[in-house]
Design a protein around this ligand. Structure first.
Ligand code: FMN
Length: 345
């Protein structure tokens, strides 16, 4: 099955976890003939069902549900205590006497997976891990088109050999978490226009380009390089339907030449965002922090409080290297603008 037979316009609105990516945004994008995707990694099965129902009330076009294909970790008590101690300067600056420890580190992926099968969206995409042959077969039996996210060639071959229908080649420019699941995250450094030809040469399934793609010229370049579509996260993060905290949105819209950087400090997995004080101060110890999602869950109350106070220096300001070119407008208008730019070239 080709991507164009599912969604005619070669544009995927990238899933953006953290509550930014709304059912209204997904439906608005899918209604244009591009593909909207909903980030489900932080959602309970009930929330996934509720948000999918909201999308279905707004569109009858195909859309994508997206997940972190992850194991639930079991950190030791000592590891958690050490991590809380490292974070003490931040939580104690709010006047707190203790950093709240969450009831669970993350949503259970196997429960999310069963919910996905029952909901049968046209498309499902995955990152930070890989599914088994049996899981991919179950998705196919449910009529779901399966897309894996990769950061280097070996991962693309792994997804293809297990039966995936397409891969997203995520260049180092990409905002948010690196999807690396084979080898060290630090080693997956290729930019999208280096990664793309290498992946296209290695697999026989459609390849979708992601990372720093912000306008029609970028899309055209990716299509000319052999991509069948692009996935854009940062560009859609500033659309009207995304629910981004005002302080974060302000930083995105005034990013200018402020650098983005990959950091483990917020979540325990490398992710790209605008550099700020928290990243700088934690840089020296970031390799010692517990892995995702433990560190992510521990910093979550700090980031939520910082967001409440509008303190963007302590918030995770996830975005890709193209952030200075992000244009605020309704999501459907962005798709229309991108299509006009592509056809004007
Ligand atoms: C705030 C934010 C959250 C993201 N969350 C997810 C996610 O939950 N799942 C996923 O597969 N990709 C996620 N991504 C990656 C995007 O879907 C997309 O692949 C990436 O943003 C493309 O690079 P760009 O930011 O340069 O456009 C996220 C990106 C950002 C900026």
């Amino acid at each position: 099955m080709t991507l164009a037979s599912i969604f005619p316009h070669p544009i995927i609105q990238g899933p953006t976890a953290g509550g930014f990516n709304t059912p209204a945004q997904v439906a608005a994008v899918s209604n244009t003939g591009a593909l909207g995707s909903l980030a489900c990694c932080l959602l309970s099965p009930e929330a996934i069902r509720a948000q999918t129902a909201q999308i279905r009330a707004l569109t009858d076009r195909p859309f994508c549900l997206n997940f972190f294909a992850q194991e639930t970790p079991k950190p030791s008590a000592a590891e958690v205590e050490q991590a809380k101690e490292w974070l003490k300067p931040y939580w104690s600056s709010f006047g707190w006497t203790e950093l709240p420890t969450p009831a669970k580190w993350c949503e259970d992926f196997s429960a999310q997976f069963e919910t996905l099968i029952a909901l049968r969206p046209a498309v499902a995409s995955f990152t930070v891990g890989i599914l088994s042959v049996q899981q991919i077969q179950r998705l196919h039996d449910a009529g779901i088109f399966v897309i894996g996210t990769i950061t280097h060639v070996e991962e693309a071959i792994a997804w293809e050999s297990r039966g995936a229908d397409a891969v997203i080649a995520s260049g180092v420019e990409s905002g948010g978490h690196r999807g690396t699941f084979i080898g060290a995250q630090e080693d997956a450094k290729l930019g999208v226009f280096e990664l793309l030809p290498a992946v296209i040469a290695a697999v026989n399934i459609p390849v979708i380009a992601a990372g720093g793609i912000m306008d029609g010229a970028d899309i055209k370049r990716a299509l000319n390089a052999g991509a069948q579509a692009v996935q854009m996260g940062t560009a859609f993060l500033v659309t009207d339907e995304a629910t981004v905290n005002p302080a974060y949105r302000q930083r995105l819209l005034t990013a200018g030449d402020h650098p983005t950087r990959l950091t483990r400090a917020f979540s325990g997995r490398y992710a790209r965002g605008l550099e700020n004080r928290f990243m700088r101060e934690m840089a020296a110890i970031e390799r010692q922090l517990p892995p995702y999602p433990v560190q992510n869950a521990l910093t979550s109350p700090i980031r939520a409080e910082a967001a409440k106070r509008g303190e963007s220096e302590l918030m995770s300001l996830w975005c890709g290297t193209g952030v200075a070119r992000a244009r605020p407008m309704p999501a459907a208008k962005l798709v229309e603008t991108l299509l006009a730019e592509i056809s004007a070239i």
